[in-house]
Design a protein around this ligand. Structure first.
Ligand code: ATP
Ligand code: MG
Length: 240
């Protein structure tokens, strides 16, 4: 379960990036988070994950307050950042092991999970290669494997599909479905509305720091008869 309660973020330069953003993602739900560039998606996700402390408001993940119980909260979710170019001087396996060490994953569990996920993403052969030699998509796949190596409950993913080839995107979507079906909450931001349409139980749309829509695709289409999701998005957020 992921709960955002009136999250407001005012950056140091005085810019109000989000304004009382509230939503709740229940166990078993996949929720897509859409909105124009600069709307506040990454800012919200960084507050959910404890990277940014909200100016006001509160986050609860799996029952833990991210500010009061950061350790328990962080152990209970996976986070994929919007940029995979991290510690690229390490090999893929060294990076995954570094993350697995932090989350205290046993040797046996990590081996099983790394083998399975590397196989699914076609990364087995390159795990011992330095990430600086990876393509963007390979780095992204490696970040997915590392983020999931502690087998967390909730998944919070910032544009996880960016740069993935169709097979890898297919695998990740399948994994997200399996994970939600197993009773976990999944939140992911995306600019690809078709992916949101295929995958999500609900779609949150944010514009200029405020949630302007939160509902199932059917509810959205009922409210905006005869419009495609793309048209609804443009109606709600305006043209750039
Ligand atoms: N560190 C920062 N200091 C000041 N303003 C920031 C900072 N980071 C982001 N912003 C501003 O906050 C707003 C929201 O940015 P954010 O990165 O959350 O948008 P986003 O919805 O993730 O966009 P994108 O789709 O491009 O990833 C933007 O106006 C941005 O300029
Ligand atoms: Mg972003």
């Amino acid at each position: 379960m992921i709960e955002a309660d009136k999250l407001t973020m005012i950056y140091g330069n005085g810019h109000k990036a989000t304004d009382e953003v509230s939503f709740k993602i229940d166990k078993g739900e996949i929720v897509g988070f859409a909105g124009p560039n600069g709307a506040g998606k990454t800012t919200v996700i960084k507050m959910l994950t404890g990277i940014l402390k909200p100016t006001s408001g509160r986050v609860t993940v799996n029952g833990y307050d991210i500010v009061k119980d950061p350790y328990e909260a962080k152990m209970s979710f996976a986070y994929i950042a919007d940029n995979p170019d991290i510690l690229i001087q390490l090999t893929g396996l060294e990076y995954i092991n570094f993350i697995a060490d932090m989350y205290e994953v046993s040797e046996k569990d990590r081996k099983k999970r790394i083998d399975t996920m590397a196989e699914r993403f076609g990364m087995t052969e390159v795990l011992n290669t330095q990430m600086r030699e990876y393509s963007h998509g390979m780095r992204q796949k490696l970040m997915v494997i590392a983020a999931l190596v502690h087998d967390p409950g909730a998944w919070i993913l910032d544009e996880p599909m960016t740069g993935l080839d169709p097979s890898a995107a297919y695998e990740l979507k399948q994994m997200m479905r399996e994970h939600a079906r197993a009773g976990n909450a999944v939140l992911f931001s995306t600019h690809v509305l078709e992916v949101a349409e295929q995958l999500c139980d609900r779609i949150l749309i944010i514009n200029k720091g405020k949630i302007v829509s939160s509902g199932t695709l059917d509810e959205l289409k009922e409210k905006h008869p005869g419009r495609t999701l793309e048209e609804i998005f443009v109606d709600l957020t305006g043209r750039s």
